[in-house]
Design a protein around this ligand. Structure first.
Ligand code: GLN
Length: 555
């Protein structure tokens, strides 16, 4: 192990009582706070499921699949981490049970254990510890904050908690454990109950892991009396119970943690001194205040198919897109109001387009498969013909190209072969190297994934927005603009303003500003690089165009 690792610190974040209380945002926020104090932090997400990565999971059930620069398909929490840290994380920072078991079993098949009986303990556990250490060393960070998915008491995450125990035993002064717990206020009783939290901490203790800090999530702030009660029953200092009441904006979470001095408590527990004086949160605070100050509304729609099970699913399935819109809107001092448009509503013979007229911008995000395609194409056509700012993300770019081919080039029945493999005009077609993968049913981690360069042409909206010639953006697709149709599309006025460095793959399509205020689509997913402190230039250009469109009068 390189020398640096000898000083490395580990913070484990574990859920108590129940899921869905903001463990990911708490982890991200601790990252923001420690980086602001001059430490280099790597945030690690542990997902206890047996999927090797998140790429094969349905967004309606598990939320958005976030793609790292390396191409690894991960849980959406990695997106929160990168956004809160304003930094790119690596494949070492994402760990699933599937990865661990796959590695151990493959090693066993290759006689890597020298004839020993291979078992969960020690082999799975030690492989987990090895990966925690590898993430620390490879990222050259001072602190790793490792969020263990699930809740204390789950069967699924028990090996990871066991690995945390072993790491704490090996380096007692370098590991702290934080529980993000929940204190319910049952309606009939009307007072905050700390008993479930006490039980969660005792259960963790029964695995040999003591809790150092509690982040006490609740509807209301946790008072002194309850802090003391928890502290006595759990053998802790009452100051180590951090009150984390519900708040309107997740961006206030780091600031709220500081009210109970979380950073100082972490430094004290590690017997460390911060590298800087002051909270270092100036830029973050400015952003978080801007969120609250923005008053003038800007109405943007997302046209999608993952809306059918309610808003919870929407926000999770398109979280990076929603966040990207927000950051650019806030940077322009606007309050984003996001509307959901169900593509299916526009599949009927005579769609009612009135609702679209009220909008200032329309986004068709990434997607796979058939549902709502004709509806999306109708919406795109309407946006093009009525000069409503339009931004297509991956599938949204592919469909925008299909729409152009159908309605401007007059190629009736033009399509993507993902939908219509027999179309006479395969405007979007599978990439050559993807064909074999599909034929072999090789679905896992096999798309064109992760960061690739693109070169931008002068005098285009894209080039103006980025202000540079070469960009690097993240991808997740199997299909592309069919090279056989590029010349015809260009002759008909569609501009491919971004191309792969070899010039073969179309990365951005747009219409010149003389024809439309903003009609642009990207083969990549710009939303994955939008950060609170660094809004994405294309989203900003889109929102600017949306702001210029006359604001809707009625609500
Ligand atoms: N389904 C399309 C493809 O595979 C678009 C993918 C996406 O939007 N991420 O190319």
């Amino acid at each position: 192990m390189p020398k640096k690792h000898s000083n490395h610190k580990y913070i484990f974040v574990i859920g108590g009582v129940m899921s869905g209380v903001g463990k990911g945002i708490a982890t991200s926020s601790i990252g923001t706070l420690l980086e602001a104090r001059g430490l280099r932090v790597n945030l690690v997400k542990v997902d206890p499921y047996l999927n090797v990565d998140a790429g094969t999971m349905n967004p309606t059930e598990h939320g958005e699949v976030f793609v790292l620069d390396s191409g690894l398909e991960t849980d959406q929490d990695m997106g929160n981490y990168e956004r809160f840290l304003n930094r790119t994380l690596t494949s070492n920072d994402y760990i699933t049970s599937g990865m661990i078991y796959k590695h151990v079993i493959e090693k066993e098949r290759a006689l890597g254990y020298g004839g020993k009986c291979v078992e969960a303990v020690p082999h799975i556990r030690d492989e987990i510890v090895r990966r925690f250490e590898r993430a620390a060393v490879n990222d050259e960070s001072d602190v790793s904050i490792i969020e263990i998915g699930g809740t204390v008491g789950d069967y699924q995450n028990i090996m990871f908690i066991e690995a945390a125990r072993v790491l704490k035993m090996k380096r007692p002064n370098d590991v702290i454990v934080i529980i993000v717990s929940y204190l319910p206020i049952p309606g009939k009783i009307g007072e905050m109950k700390s008993r479930p939290t006490q039980h969660a901490i005792r259960q963790l203790a029964s695995y040999g892991v003591n809790t150092d800090i509690i982040i006490a999530r609740s509807e209301l702030p946790v008072d002194k009396k309850r802090k003391e009660k928890i502290a006595v029953s759990c053998n802790m200092n009452p100051d180590h119970v951090i009150s984390a009441p519900d708040i309107d904006s997740v961006y206030d979470v780091p600031i709220n943690f500081e009210k109970d001095c979380l950073t100082n408590i972490i430094f004290k527990t590690f017997h460390m001194r911060p590298k800087t004086s002051g909270s270092g949160l100036g830029a973050w605070k400015k952003f978080a205040d801007g969120v609250k100050d923005a008053k003038e509304e800007i109405n943007i729609a997302i046209v999608g198919k993952y809306f059918n099970t309610g808003d919870f699913v929407l926000t999770d399935a398109y979280i990076s897109v929603l966040e990207a819109i927000k950051y650019s809107a806030y940077a322009l001092g606007k309050k984003p109001v996001i509307h959901t448009v169900n593509a299916r509503d526009f599949e009927v013979k005579k769609p009612d387009y009135k609702a679209l007229n009220k909008l200032q911008g329309i986004i068709v995000p990434g997607g796979f498969g058939e549902t709502g395609i004709e509806g999306k194409l109708n919406v795109i056509r309407y946006a093009r013909e009525n000069k409503i700012p339009y931004f297509g993300l991956c599938y949204g770019m592919q469909l925008m190209t299909v729409e152009y081919a159908r309605n401007v080039l007059g190629l009736a029945g033009a399509n993507t072969t993902e939908i219509d493999p027999k179309t006479a005009y395969p405007i979007i077609d599978i990439m050559i190297d993807q064909k074999k993968k599909l034929a072999d049913k090789d679905y896992g981690g096999s798309m064109r994934l992760g960061g690739y360069d693109a070169v931008l042409s002068k005098g285009t909206i894209a080039r103006e927005a980025y202000g540079r010639e070469t960009i690097r953006e993240r991808h997740r697709h199997r299909y592309e603009v069919n090279p056989e149709f590029i010349a015809r599309l260009e002759e008909a006025g569609l501009v491919f303003s971004g191309k792969s460095p070899s010039g073969t793959l179309m990365e951005i399509a747009e219409l010149p500003r003389s024809q439309h205020p903003f009609f642009l689509g990207t083969q990549f997913h710009p939303e994955f690089l939008a950060r609170p402190l660094a809004p994405h230039p294309l989203f900003t250009a889109f929102v600017k165009a949306a702001v210029r469109r006359i604001a809707p009068r009625s609500k």
